[in-house]
Design a protein around this ligand. Structure first.
Ligand code: NDP
Length: 444
């Protein structure tokens, strides 16, 4: 049995109850086969694959807090510090009832390669809780965030581990967590990113993941003789990534006709009105039915359905495993040219293969949504030099990073005879830098 298969077997045995983690490891290791085969002796001798699939540490803790009725609630908190070979652990905090150890491990594992691809010095980590922020009062959110940070603050620091936002963790939650860290540790340092502008946040961080997604999509299209101008795009999600992806796509001259949330989706024949969407989602924190009620050209549909709409480009920006094999078939039948992932692992493995085998250009999230963490690393740089850069400076650096990522993954795929396979390219390019560092550090 080859080295990759041996390790896949081992990981499956050790983590049988973590399907998302196994899915991510399987995708990554399968696409690394040519690199592993070319370096098998060294990698085996140093147990590189066994080590890279086992987190440095997993921290799991109780988060008790008191709700508005005076009742004590208990959630479970997580921080997975996966790999710090090229820099401090870096990755978001997800607050969603679906959060469990397997999901946080899948996200932390993916983060290693994504962070490496940005070319910036950040390692891989991820965290969160099964706390559901939906329907909670501001006071309840603060109580949860303070309790969560009371425990987490023992394990993080500006040079140790720098968490950020993710699903359910936006500017408000980061603010409460930062306040609690500062209070307990008695120091003001860049321990979190996605901070407010008044206390060390970076301009363009809010927009970065969505904008970055469009910068890489534009480069992909350009390198295939196309542009974004006049293209029809479908987007899923209506959160941070989706909103700014829609905004940038429209600035590039594309028309975005859909968005979605966890209960339904919108088709808007005139193109999504981003300002209205922001009002509904960011300000009112309401359902998409409110968007449809306020706009004549919009239809609201219950459940899933974004991928049934005819488009040139599809941008999944909601959550993992939201684009399934049947959706991929529908996209191909409708003539979709490109799928670029805004979310983490939104496309299932079989759907990804179907898209790739049917001529759809496909960029995986660890490359195409890396703009968020890249800009978080730029926030860390600004915090370290105690300076703030202008929106234009940050945005220009972000664009440069995304264009470079495209060419790096394209080159890596070509180098191993897999031209156009950007999934393999992303995994290979991200992996190589981390492995070089792991080898340099010896067995640890
Ligand atoms: P948000 O919480 O801002 O938005 C998530 C959106 O997806 C919401 O519209 C939400 O609907 C919808 N959604 C969440 N879970 C589900 C589900 N189980 N089924 C259907 N819809 C769902 O998160 P972000 O926009 O920040 O993150 C979206 C994705 O992008 C995630 O995969 C995240 O890991 C990834 N990502 C985010 C980055 C960032 O900088 N924010 C960076 C890199 C990746 P509802 O409104 O009903 O909750």
């Amino acid at each position: 049995m080859g080295y990759v298969d041996e390790v896949l077997d081992l990981v499956a045995k050790k983590n049988a109850d973590q399907p998302e983690f196994l899915q991510a490891v399987t995708e990554v290791l399968n696409s690394l086969r040519p690199v592993v085969e070319a370096n098998e002796e060294v990698y085996r001798k140093n147990a590189i694959l066994e080590r890279i699939t086992e987190p440095d540490r997993v921290i799991m803790f109780r988060v008790p807090w008191v709700d508005d009725k005076g009742k004590v609630q208990v959630n479970r908190g997580f921080r997975v510090q996966f790999n710090n070979s090229i820099g401090p652990y870096k990755g978001g905090l997800r607050l969603h009832p679906s959060v469990n150890l397997g999901i946080i491990k899948f996200l932390g594992f993916e983060q290693i390669f994504k962070n490496s691809l940005t070319s910036l010095p950040i390692g891989g980590g991820k965290g969160g809780s099964d706390f559901d922020p939906k329907g909670k009062s501001d006071r309840e959110i603060m109580a949860f965030c303070q309790s969560f940070m009371t425990e987490l603050c023992k394990y993080i620091g500006a040079d140790v581990d720098v968490p950020a936002g993710d699903i359910g963790t936006g500017a408000r939650e980061i603010g409460y967590m930062f306040g609690q860290y500062k209070r307990i540790r008695g120091m003001f340092e860049g321990v979190l990113t996605g901070k407010g502008l008044s206390y060390g946040g970076s301009l363009a961080r809010t927009e970065a993941t969505g904008y970055g997604l469009l910068y890489i999509t534009e480069e992909l299209m350009k390198c295939h003789g196309e542009s974004m101008e006049g293209k029809t795009c479908v987007v899923s999600g209506a959160g941070n990534v989706a909103i700014y992806a829609i905004q940038k796509a429209q600035q590039m001259g594309a028309k975005v006709v859909t968005c979605s949330d966890s209960t339904g989706w919108i088709y808007d024949s005139e193109g999504i009105d981003v300002e209205l969407l922001r009002e509904v989602k960011e300000v009112k924190r309401a359902r998409l039915t409110e968007y449809a009620a306020a706009r004549k050209s919009a239809e609201y549909h219950e459940g899933r359905g974004v991928w049934s709409v005819k488009c040139d480009i599809a941008l999944p920006c909601a959550t993992q495993n939201e684009l399934l094999l049947d959706d991929a078939k529908q996209l191909v039948a409708n003539g979709c040219k490109a799928v670029c992932e805004g979310a983490n692992m939104p496309t299932t493995l079989d759907a990804t293969e179907y898209l790739q085998n049917n001529g759809v250009l496909f960029i995986c999230g660890k490359a195409s949504n890396a703009g968020g963490v890249a800009t978080s690393a730029l926030e860390m740089s600004q915090n370290s030099e105690r300076l703030s850069w202008t929106f234009e400076e940050v945005d220009a650096k972000l664009k440069n990073i995304m264009v470079n990522i495209y060419h790096n993954i394209d080159d890596a795929a070509k180098q191993y005879g897999m031209e156009g396979n950007y999934v393999a390219g992303a995994n290979i390019a991200g992996f190589q830098k981390v492995v070089d560092a792991m080898l340099a550090h010896g067995v640890c």
